[in-house]
Design a binder for this molecule. Structure first.
Ligand SMILES: NC(=O)c1ccc[n+]([C@@H]2O[C@H](COP(=O)([O-])OP(=O)(O)OC[C@H]3O[C@@H](n4cnc5c(N)ncnc54)[C@H](OP(=O)(O)O)[C@@H]3O)[C@@H](O)[C@H]2O)c1
Length: 330
């Protein structure tokens, strides 16, 4: 079978499509004929060699949709041929992917496998950021950094389904504002200017209830300035790859009644997979009943993924990308 492999830290020049042996499911596992694989910024972090994200050669891909190819011993909630999504055990950008059955979720009729491919990592993360880590309640004002990306777009589409709230986004470049507005952000600010006044006036001076921040600690001081009394800041990434600073002094949190929380999909996959599977199932339900529409850009095949990774790596991506892997899998 064909798979995408990254041979060393760097760019697209170190990625290629190669033939490898097909995986065989062990106890509690399944294999999937992959229809689509989701692209995620974590692929870029691995590709550029961020510590802890890859060993070499590295086979990327942490979310797939497709049909069950084979079941290992003890897997009873699925059958061969079922349409599923899963968080694979890495190497999802392959014609056949291996996953733990506890992280494989059936795809309801009527949900396309292209849209479904965005659920087990991207959309599940977006939902869990809001509900679990962020303790969102209806009416909260939510500020999201990097609002025009895959996670940013998904968060904007989920907030109305959770009861609604004012949505403020920041983007790195002015040309990305339109995509964030399309996703549902009512106010979009470029991070090259100080957003403090605009956020204060948009929130009647109160500040923001929930801030979702994937920028390491580069914006943390600003986040604390913008937070309303009792505000929550969820740190969930380090897009720039910059060194992580120490957290602010405790009295800064005490004075503002502020919370700083961390979120890791990878951590939940390892330690609480049922929470990832439950969030994925909930998202698939939203897609099935038509309450959620998640636009995706289709990358036509395995060989075109490295160029799409370049877009994400250079911060030129827009919205969510999924790659078509298997022809004729519906
Ligand atoms: N903790 C978790 O479990 C988890 C799960 C999924 C994703 N994430 C994180 O969430 C963020 C968004 O992920 P995504 O999959 O939605 O990715 P994406 O669509 O590619 O968005 C990434 C965004 O990061 C921003 N960025 C800032 N500095 C950058 C740099 N030096 N190089 C490239 N991009 C840079 C860019 O937006 P602006 O220029 O507009 O800021 C870019 O659009 C990433 O940081 C990712 O690591 C975390």
């Amino acid at each position: 079978m064909r798979t995408l492999v990254m041979t060393a830290p760097g760019g697209a020049e170190n990625s290629s499509v190669v033939e490898v042996a097909e995986p065989v499911p062990g106890p509690g596992e399944l294999t999937i004929d992959v229809a689509y694989a989701g692209l995620n910024f974590v692929d870029v972090m691995a590709r550029r060699g961020d510590a802890g994200y890859a060993t070499w050669p590295h086979r990327p891909g942490l979310e797939v949709s497709g049909t069950v190819r084979a079941l290992g011993p003890g897997v009873t909630h699925l059958a061969v041929g079922d349409r599923v999504v899963a968080v694979p055990k890495g190497a999802g950008m392959s014609e056949v992917a291996l996953a733990s059955a506890e992280l494989a979720v059936p795809v309801p009729d009527g949900v396309s496998l292209a849209a479904a491919a965005a659920t087990p990592l991207g959309l599940a993360t977006s939902l869990l950021l809001l509900t679990d880590a962020g303790r969102f309640t209806p009416g909260d004002t939510v500020l999201v950094h990097s609002a025009s990306g895959g996670i940013g777009g998904a968060v904007a589409r989920l907030v109305p389904l959770l009861g609604g709230g004012r949505l403020i986004g920041t983007v790195g470049r002015p040309e990305k504002a339109a995509e964030a507005e399309r996703a549902g952000y009512q106010l979009v600010l470029t991070r090259d200017t100080d957003p403090t006044e605009a956020v204060r006036s948009a929130t009647d001076g109160r500040g923001v209830d929930l801030i979702l921040d994937p920028l390491g600690t580069t914006a943390l001081s600003l986040d604390l300035e913008l937070a309303a009394p009792g505000g929550r800041v969820v740190l969930f990434g380090n897009a720039t790859g910059a060194a992580i600073d120490a957290l602010p002094p405790v009295d800064r949190l005490l004075r503002g009644n502020l919370t700083i929380t961390g979120f890791s999909h990878r951590g939940l996959v390892a330690n609480a997979p049922a929470r990832v599977a439950a969030a994925t199932g909930r998202i698939l339900g939203f897609l099935a009943d038509g309450r959620l529409t998640m636009p995706v850009t289709e990358v036509p095949g395995l060989a075109e993924i490295p160029a799409a990774h370049d877009l994400l790596a250079e911060g030129r991506g827009s919205g969510k990308y999924v790659a078509r892997i298997g022809e004729g899998i519906l």
